[in-house]
Design a protein. Sequence first.
Length: 640
Amino acid sequence: MIRDAHEANAATTPADFKLARLRAALPEYFDKDGGFRFDRLQDVLSSTDVSMTREGYELKFLGKSYAKYLTSTRTETVVVPDLEHNAEATNSESENLYIVGDNLDGLKHLLGSYAGKVKCIYIDPPYNTGSDGFVYVDDFGFTAKDLTEKVGLDEDEAERVMALQGKSSHSAWLTFMFPRLELAKELLADDGVIFISIDDNEQANLKILCDEIFGEGNFIEDYIWESNFRPDNSSRIERENSQHVLAYARNKSAVISLVGAQKSTEGLPSLTKSSMNPTSLTFHPDWVDIRLPDGLYLAGERRSGYILETDLVVQNGRAQATFGLTGRMIWGQPYLEEQVANGTRIVIKGEGFVPYSRKLETAALAPTTLIPRESVGDVLAANAEIKSLFNEQVFSHPKPTTLVSYLLNTVTSMDKNALVLDFFSGSGTTAHAVMSMNSRDLGSRKFIAVQWAEATAPGSVADKCGYSTIDEVGRERIRRAAQKVKSESNADIDYGFRLFRLEQPSEKTLDELQSFDSNENAVLLSGNFVSKFAFNGTPGDEVALSTWLLQDGFGLTPEVNVVLLDEYELQVCEDSAYVIEPGLSSASVQVLVSKIETGELDLKRLVVFGYSVSFSVMHELRQNLKSLRSGQTVSVIERY
């Protein structure tokens, strides 16, 4: 778990993240030792029409190599479920997630289960205005000399990178954003889209950075949101009243369309067509739109040759009684009634009383580059929204749910089961917007919100209201918004969320994990290593299980069953089982083998917390699962 990640990070290079993706996509260009055969790839490319060039345009900034290194490292945090919160009735079955922790760690954890599954990402990162509180907070955890060895920088550049800590320069901001966007791209589905709110301070840099990460060809639009109306201000050269929303696709060719609005077109095909013989049809008032002035229309033949069988009174554009028409119509009465039942309406227009079938066809309109505040609200509307929920302005500069809903709708209007991610969750606007959208169309969209436990400013409204961190404000906003949405719509949707925190084991714990020798059974008697991962009242086995389930692709809301092995409780999720707590004995192993061979347990993998199983039992476990009589194969995976 942590020891494995720590040891892997010691050998990590800035190129590892990209190499891992190349290895997955093009395994034939790697040798058996994992070396990249560039010459083999170059031979293939040189024999085609592919143009190979050594020069290109890219964004250079201090800290870029270090940002790539951060992208490649594994997180050394664990996932701690809040058992009390998650047991509440509203939350126990919820598929929404709220993760408290550094979003860089959060994204790395999420990759294990949600890579390629997120339909839409919306983020509102710090704008680096100089007054929004952004500073680069990474404490690096090593020296400039370490940077020269790990990242390949020279000593002078390493010192300058270290000096980014506590700064709010362009380089610091780009170093902060680069790894987060790289990881976010991996989470997007093939037809997924990311929206990033930003202002003019970093818009130009962000655009070039996103071109590099997502590819210039995957740029969709730089939307302009009318965020504010400012009256004339003689102290400024310009009146700022807009912000940017950059949109990129994971694979633009897979994005069929973005739906900004709907337009309706009306077709009026005649019911007459080519029939030579007259037909009589009876029209019920509820079937007909009469486009004639109100009044009395006498029975008899009209100028078109159609015969109105009875007098007809039209009042407020509606026939006051059933009436009949005779003429050259190819529709029969049963067919007319069937079509009307399926939504077709009849139009009678003009003195000729010629009947037409009316079909309304809707077509999707792409969103416009300009997003007007009249349509989606502005910052004042967002402030009012917060105040209506809390009765106080507990959060500064939120986005209105109407804006976020508008953006999400462009991607998820046709996919009501979409997964939506916001890893700068802030006040929880995205989660609120997802619930509002689901309440309107009874969708099952799910949200994942990630927010660092950033302290609220001392003396701020949030601080005075008892909220010590931003995530507390966000989680309370989601609860209050859920109550409001439910009371207004009474829709049967998911109003809860499951809560998890990312925690870093102490240096003491890490030292103890590093010094553990699995060959010394006596070490097992010195203490329960599982308990070292207990946080905030959550037992260590729950922490290890949540961390591994997420790593192994099962997500954070899977069904886990307990299977009794003699007196040992084995945790089972689908085809994987987990040995976490100490106590697995030789007798337990025999029961496990028996259950697998009789088909009572269908396992492909057994994941073992190496600190909890003695050397002899571990050896017995490996040997028995290697030679099952049933011929099955169960992989044994040790983790530390």
